[in-house]
Every structure is written in C-alpha cells, then in structure tokens.
Ligand binder design. Structure first.
Ligand SMILES: [Zn+2]
Length: 82
C-alpha cells in the first residue's frame, strides 16, 4: 500500500471530493449551510457530498438547524464555491 496522507496534504485537490470523513468519492451534491453563532445570516458554508453521504451530512446539518440548501454539484459554471 502507498502511504498517501502526507502526499495528500501537499497536492492541490484537483477533483472536488465528498466532505465526509474518510470519503474520497467525487462530489455530486453541495450542501449549503450557516451556523448563526459563527456566521452572518447571508453567509453560506459549502460542504460537498457524494450520493452516499448527501443524506448523512444533510441530517448532521439539519439536526443542528444549519442546513439551508442542497443543490447538485457541479452547479452552473459561474456559481461561486466558498
Ligand atoms: Zn462520501
């Protein structure tokens, strides 16, 4: 097996990946969320999710009332990702 962890830190991520811990699947969804304790109301954090993790990540954010929107990824080419 190739040790990839250190290598991974040095390389830019070329392909957007799922934000779930330990998951390297390509992102298929973007979850837009806001933590009112940390963020201004119009700010949106973006988590990317694969098909398998869209529900679990969405549930995690939804249980905390942070989830604002779920959209397919990639979205329109001019949509900013922050
Ligand atoms: Zn995933």
């Amino acid at each position: 097996m190739v040790e990839q962890s250190a290598h991974h830190l040095l390389e830019p991520v070329l392909e957007p990946q799922c934000s779930a811990k330990g998951c390297r699947a390509p992102a298929a969804w973007q979850l837009l969320w806001n933590n009112p304790k940390l963020h201004t109301p119009e700010y949106r954090k973006t988590w990317l999710a694969c098909d398998d993790h869209r529900v679990s990540l969405g549930d995690f954010l939804g249980a905390r009332r942070f989830l604002r929107d779920v959209a397919p990824f990639p979205a329109a080419a001019d949509a900013p990702i922050s």
